[in-house]
Design a protein around this ligand. Sequence first.
Ligand code: ADP
Length: 494
Amino acid sequence: MKPGAAPPSVVFASAELAPLAATGGLGDVSRALPRALAGALGGRVSVFLPLYQAVRRRGVELEHAATVDVPGHGPGFRVWRAAGVLDPAALYLVEHDPFFDRPGLYGERGGDYDDNLERFAFFSRAVLEAILALDLPADVVHANDWHTALVPAHLRWFFAGHPRLRAAATVFTIHNLAFQGRFAAERLPSTGLPPAAFHMDGIEYYGRINLMKAGIAYSRAITTVSPRYAAEICTPELGEGLDGLLRARAADLRGILNGIDTEAWNPSIDRHLPARYAAGALGGKRICKHGLVAELGLGISLDTPLVGMVTRLTLQKGCDLVLGAAAELLRQGVGLAVLGSGDPWLEEGFRNLAGAHPGRVAVRIGYDESLSHRIEAGADLFLMPSRYEPCGLNQMYSLRYGTVPVVRATGGLDDTVRDADEDPRRGNGFKFREPRGDELAAALRRAVRAYHEPARWERLQQTGMAEDFSWSLSARRYAEIYDRLREDRRGVPS
Ligand code: ADP
């Protein structure tokens, strides 16, 4: 920010907000980034979220803030302000019970709701109507992933000449390019956009609607959640069909690493652990390992390197690579502790692995936040062999917990982990390049060798524990983008 300039006011639209309504990283970012922006930078930040059933169930205190009309849906939708949830940022919830008073955010029992296009098109337009009704300052309107991609699109089509919104700059963040919001062309009226938007420079993609594409096409700046992923999505391998468009917008695309919640993930105050520890006093970590070995019924000694995994069990996360290379991994004399849920065939694969190696491999299928902390603290090594990883959180938790990460060099994993053999002075983990079991096994072998050299191991742990993954750092980078846009109100590309 220029000295003396007022901090930018930001309106942030998201389909998720942790812990009220979240399925992944988007929810974490939507909680942490606005608070960090509003707190450290002093800007006015307003966050919009649908009023989901999950939010109602939490008993959040709601105060009626405005009533808006949403074209195509009718008059009289209420917008509520939630007290004390996101301070110092303001949280607004958009009510439309037929759309949002449902058990799921996007679907139920593994299937998506059929009307997700209508639901999120409604929400996106309602955000813009609410900005006007609430008279919110909006130097920047920041949308996230395909659910809110119609915010910049509607801004461009319907408010480009509006005295209050004309100057608003748009930022669109891609949290995971794999989910794009693709729908049949016949449903264009549901987007609220005119037929002219169904065009290769707009919302059309190979004859269908693609909301993610619209978000990219109609936003002034595009960000994604790590610098490496920003480069990768410009390639055919990880561009998910949008690499051409992203290459064309490369000058406006920037990768900003997500921060982590440094209070929830702090081994010196973590209440999920049997003992607490810090970089200068690692004794408690051994107690955590002892506790974890007992909790999981492992039969390994405390001198055996213990490898942890906490993950969705999917191909994206490379879980099949672990199963394929399991014999080779176990030959290296490690124990393995896995917590995860996901694809049934992978769940079964891990269950079978544990069954075949009792005492050496422990597998817990399910979602268990508390156990995830104990694995982060009790393991010596943490495995993340992802095929792609926009940012990844667990490698950052691991570094903070003195648990050395072994990762595939992709996305945010590549940005946060430095290989200890390639860079002996600054290394904090181990990396492999190709998504293959033999490469994974070779990286683990190097890590196990380091584990058996105590002085080197402790140096590695200390390097990792000294990293700064706080949100204030990331928020500053977003603020730089907001500032640049404010100074350069060229509007959206035409
Ligand atoms: P993604 O959002 O792609 O699943 P991230 O690494 O960005 O991957 O974030 C995943 C988050 O979910 C991490 O905080 C991780 O610890 C947590 N997590 C994933 N699976 C489980 C599980 N089975 N139990 C507890 N926490 C889990």
